[in-house]
Structure formats: C-alpha cells, structure tokens
Design a protein. Structure first.
Ligand SMILES: *Cc1c(COP(=O)(O)O)cnc(C)c1O
Length: 218
C-alpha cells in the first residue's frame, strides 16, 4: 500500500497525473499556510478504495458509522462546514495561485547566481513551469545561519524547513544513533526563501539582489 503525503503538493502533477491520486490514499493539509489553506485547521484524505474510504470516514468520527456505536478506536477529525465552505471558494483560485508561485520560482531560478548557493534541482519529469507547485522554495548553502542572519538584517524573512531531522527528535530517540549523514548535512544547509502567490516580482527581485550580494567572508 502506498500512502502519499500530499500536504505540500496540492495541484501538482507527476507525468501528467495529479499528486494525491498516485497511491492507494493521500493526505492533504488545509493548514492556513498551505497552498490551499483554510481559515483554521483542516485536511482531507483521497482514495479510490470504497472500503478504505468508509474506514477513514469512520476513524475521523470517533470510529463510528452509527451514532454511539464505535467500530474503531477513532478520533474527532471532521472538517467543519465553515472551513469546507471557505475551502470550496478558495479551491477556484488554487491553480492561479500555484501559477503565481511558479512565476516567483522561475524568477529565483533564473536570477540567483551566487556561487555558494545551491538552487532546488528540478527533475526532468517535472517541468518547473508545468507541474511543481512550490509550496516552499528551498535553497542550500554551507553558510546557512550566516545567510539567514544577513537576510534578516536586510528585512527579508526566511524559515528553516526543518531545523531538526526526525531521528534527532526526542520523540524518535530510538532512531538517534542511525547513521544518516546526508540528512544531517541537509538540515544544516536548507533555507526557505519568501514564497507566496501574493509576493510580487519586485519583492522577489529585492530577495535576489540581497542574495547575490551576500559575502560569505565578512
Ligand atoms: C503541513 C504538513 C503536514 C501536517 O499537516 P496538518 O494539517 O498540520 O496535519 C504533514 N506533512 C507535510 C509534508 C506538511 O507540509
């Protein structure tokens, strides 16, 4: 069974097919900061399997199909109707918003030229301007902390997705001693640049200019 985490990929395609329809089931997040965000928390599961759909529906409703009868140890994870109403309006704008993200991504990819900054690699199967939805635009550099501080001083907010890898979290301490050198290296190097459908090209240009002026030795 393949379960997709589609939380950052709503609207994306892989070989012409929408993500969220590639596996047996997929999880979507409507957290406000996501590409399709509610005005509060929300999420959804997609599947073509009727039995699985019935079980998931039940799990989200205390494991119950029939009032006060519980078939599973479930939870309360229903999408409330107000959020569903906001989302059905916002869904109409998803493709256009994702297109704006692509324009920002294209601008970053074509204009960030700093030799010590690695730009996201685009697999040949996912043309930048076609199928990627750029929830985040993540660059890498060995000078990450210094670069973040420099950008903050220039009035440019960046975030780190994510600062601590799962096997270094207290919650997964049983995996603490796994040798995962690539994971650990990446967690020291990643930096997410401003990315949003409401970012203007002028604002992206300010980011690019600041990045290209960054001095690693000062
Ligand atoms: C946001 C996110 C989640 C969690 O979504 P919630 O709606 O907060 O439960 C899971 N996986 C990825 C990749 C995410 O970006």
């Amino acid at each position: 069974m393949i379960i997709e985490d589609n939380a950052q990929a709503i609207g994306a395609e892989w070989n012409g097919q929408k993500t969220g329809s590639l596996g047996d089931a997929a999880g979507f997040s409507f957290y406000p900061g996501k590409n399709l965000g509610a005005l509060g928390d929300g999420g959804a599961v997609t599947t073509n399997d009727d039995r699985l759909a019935a079980t998931i529906r039940s799990l989200a409703n205390y494991g119950s199909n029939k009032k006060y009868i519980n078939d599973f140890k479930g939870m309360n994870s229903r999408l409330d109707e107000l959020q569903a109403a906001f989302l059905s309006v916002k869904l109409k704008y998803l493709d256009a918003d994702n297109q704006k993200r692509r324009e920002i991504a294209r601008f970053y990819l074509e204009n960030i030229t700093h030799p010590e900054i690695t730009l996201p690699a685009i697999p040949a199967s996912a043309t930048v301007f076609g199928s990627h939805v750029w929830h985040l635009f993540v660059i890498r550099t060995a000078h990450r902390d210094k670069l973040q501080q420099y950008l903050t001083e220039q009035g440019i907010q960046t975030l780190i997705h994510y600062p601590v890898p799962p096997h270094r979290q207290q919650a997964y301490r049983e995996y603490r001693n796994l040798p995962l050198p690539v994971t650990e290296k990446i967690h020291h190097e990643v930096l997410s640049l401003p990315m949003s459908p409401v970012l203007t090209i002028e604002e992206a240009e300010t980011v690019v200019n600041a990045l290209n002026r960054f001095k690693t030795d000062s």
